[in-house]
Design a protein around this ligand. Structure first.
Ligand SMILES: [Zn+2]
Ligand SMILES: [Zn+2]
Length: 374
């Protein structure tokens, strides 16, 4: 790339064309627009050119202070042989070359990132190039915003790049929403609870039945139901024979506990688990549902940390995509004018795309409305 042709790619018109930029009334330059934060940037010295740095703001001030346009200044400076060139013109040419170099570098980075295809890197790289392109055209237009916009509005490459980035961001938002939906609890998913406070003590609601007493009870039970036609199962299901919860015979591991409230016998170990469970009926007798004690206080179980972390990561990624889109809007605003309609158009188009994808894939409306900024 030479200093006189800001870009070799004729489709991009990095700094406009030499023939179109200068105007006859440029001897009285319009006061420069305030340099918004968007516009100000310093480029640190690079390895191949140590000691040289480029300040956009300084270059802009230089351009604003001249009575000729960027193109006229450039032409005049280049017409003078190196050794005869004035110091201000020498600095101007150097800044011009720096700007061309930066544009070229940003373009290569953007194209390589696009080929690599990773989001959000490729969007960031394109945005960086678009930003520098906008800045360069603004400088080339001698800080005249109207001329900047006139040049960029008709620049097909500039518009296509913006549209591509908007499309990528929209697609990425949709993919992130899909992933998020996998992680979020579903509306029909039952809430998981955990108990709060100390465990219930089974000895407060019943007494252990001594073995001889239990044996007597079992003997009585056999006599009560001792008809020959009675199925053995009915004996076995009796609370005096075996624990109603685990259906095993009572043992030293599951001692028979007679409940004060209903006189049913239950394995103590099993009952302790039952009473301290989170089921709605956990405070009742498993045999007859008589209320045994107060229900333990419950609270919704907190989400598993890994799951919560993943959700947070996805949500913050959505936030990052939102910020990236904000940058695109900034470029659109600078490029296409104070016409807010244009800025909104890109936002609307992206939302419509995201929404239709969500609809197509059946992503819950709650996810979309919760996380897509409008
Ligand atoms: Zn049991
Ligand atoms: Zn009972």
């Amino acid at each position: 790339m030479s200093a006189t042709t800001p870009t070799d790619d004729s489709s991009t018109h990095a700094l406009g064309s030499r023939t179109s930029a200068p105007t006859s009334d440029s001897s009285v330059p319009a006061p420069p627009q305030p340099l918004e934060e968007f516009f100000v940037s310093d480029i640190a010295p690079t390895a191949d050119q140590p000691g040289r740095s480029f300040s956009l703001e300084t270059f802009a001030q230089d351009i604003a202070s001249r009575s000729q346009s960027y193109g006229e200044t450039l032409e005049a400076a280049e017409a003078v042989p190196n050794e005869e060139r004035s110091e201000p013109d020498r600095l101007f040419l150097q800044s011009h070359q720096d700007l061309c170099r930066i544009l070229e570098e940003k373009l290569i980075i953007a194209e390589n990132a696009t080929i690599a295809g990773h989001m959000p890197c490729k969007a960031d790289a394109q945005i960086d190039y678009l930003l520098w392109m906008t800045r360069a055209v603004y400088l080339w237009s001698s800080l005249n915003l109207e001329k900047t916009r006139a040049a960029l509005r008709t620049n097909v490459d500039h518009r296509q790049r913006i549209e591509a980035v908007v499309e990528w961001i929209g697609h990425e938002i949709f993919c992130t929403l899909r992933e998020l939906e996998q992680e979020l609890p579903r509306p029909d998913e039952a809430d998981e609870y955990e108990n709060v406070g100390p465990e219930h003590d089974t000895t407060a609601i019943g007494v252990i039945v001594p073995w001889p007493e239990l044996t007597d009870e079992q003997h009585d039970m056999r006599r009560e139901t001792g008809r020959v036609d009675l199925a053995l199962d009915d004996h076995d299901r009796d609370h005096r024979m075996r624990c109603t919860i685990c259906m095993d015979e009572y043992s030293s591991d599951d001692l028979p506990l007679r409940l004060n409230a209903c006189a049913h016998i239950i394995g103590q170990a099993c009952l302790s688990v039952w009473l301290n469970g989170t089921e709605v009926q956990a405070n009742t007798c498993p045999y007859c549902r008589t209320r045994l004690c107060d229900r333990r206080e419950r609270r919704p179980k907190p989400m598993a940390p890994e799951r919560e972390q993943k959700i947070q990561k996805l949500v913050s990624f959505l936030g990052k995509l939102g910020k990236t889109f904000g940058k695109v809007q900034g470029i659109v605003r600078w490029s296409f004018g104070g016409d807010e309609e244009e800025v909104r158009r890109y936002g609307r188009e992206m939302l419509v795309k995201v929404n239709s994808s969500c609809e197509q894939w059946g992503i819950g409306l709650r996810v979309a409305t919760q996380y897509v900024a409008t």
